[in-house]
Design a protein around this ligand. Structure first.
Ligand SMILES: NC(=O)c1ccc[n+]([C@@H]2O[C@H](COP(=O)([O-])OP(=O)(O)OC[C@H]3O[C@@H](n4cnc5c(N)ncnc54)[C@H](OP(=O)(O)O)[C@@H]3O)[C@@H](O)[C@H]2O)c1
Length: 252
């Protein structure tokens, strides 16, 4: 058996309509897995479906800004997909802002999507009949939570909460054989990064990406490759860890 194969695994990917989530969906399908793609924008979810290899994939439009919608949405997805072998939480927003300018209603909404919706997803999926043996859960955190950057205090906090929750979930669910890990990328070339450049300027890009990413800027596929490893049987004894994917960004 190929330890890196995702054959016979159904993987739910949130944020699959764009960026890292779309790259994860494509990589899962290339490794033989079946994808349940979540996002909000139906047209872009359809584009993602069109990029997948194999058959049996499906897309669902779910706005996760209210954690209360997640339980019924998971119930619906799992009734279609059967038990999930993987869950990848890529849906997220960033609200870069100096603290003095922060809009706390936006900070609250960001925290709910980046962190609380992750907990709600995990709770809904970790119910009997909804997860397959050796399910693997991967959350996308961020290097912003590990290295101080101006204008990132609120975003870093929302991702730091994810980083802190993952080992606790790993301990709680290890008796059921469910693994939980996170990946922390530095800036990645996606629509989110393009919005950051618009807001923080090209100097930010030069300083935070070109000068620091020693092996070159990250593409969504670089993050997706780390995630599919953590989903695969090759990582069957890895749980509760955060995998840094940062092109040497944090080496100093
Ligand atoms: N890009 C980076 O530099 C970077 C670095 C470190 C970590 N990350 C993290 O990586 C993850 C993916 O980011 P990305 O760069 O791929 O961003 P992206 O291209 O902007 O994609 C964000 C995804 O999140 C979904 N989303 C946003 N709000 C949502 C909501 N309320 N309900 C459901 N889905 C929602 C979007 O869906 P729709 O478009 O359909 O609305 C989209 O699929 C995020 O958690 C981000 O914080 C990104």
């Amino acid at each position: 058996m190929d330890a890196f194969s995702l054959k016979d695994r159904t993987v739910l990917v949130t944020g699959a309509s764009s960026g890292i989530g779309r790259a994860v969906a494509v990589a899962v399908s290339q490794l033989g897995g079946r994808v349940m793609a979540w996002g909000r924008d139906q047209a872009r979810l359809g584009e993602t479906l069109g990029m997948l290899e194999g058959t049996g994939h499906a897309a669902h439009s779910v706005d996760m800004s209210d954690a209360g919608v997640i339980e019924p949405a998971i119930a619906e997805t799992c009734s279609e997909s059967g038990p999930l072998g993987g869950l990848v939480h890529c849906a997220g927003v960033s609200q870069p802002s100096l603290l003095r300018d922060a809009d706390f209603s936006k900070v609250d909404a960001m925290s709910r999507l980046n962190w609380l919706s992750f907990l709600a997803l995990c709770r809904a999926v970790c119910r009997r009949g909804r997860y397959a043996p050796q399910m693997s859960v991967v959350a996308v955190a961020s290097m912003a939570a590990l290295r101080g950057q101006a204008a990132m205090s609120a975003y870093a906090g929302s991702k730091g909460a994810v980083l802190a929750s993952v080992p606790a979930l790993a301990a709680e669910y290890a008796p059921r054989g469910i693994r939980f890990n996170s990946v922390s990328p530095c800036p990645v070339d996606t629509p989110m990064q393009r919005a950051m450049i618009d807001k923080l300027g090209s100097d930010w890009y030069r300083r935070e990406v070109e000068e620091k990413a020693k092996l070159g800027p990250l593409a969504p596929e670089d993050v997706a490759n780390a995630i599919v490893f953590l989903l695969s049987p090759a990582a069957r004894r890895i749980t509760g860890v955060n995998l840094v994917v940062d092109s040497g960004w944090s080496l100093g």
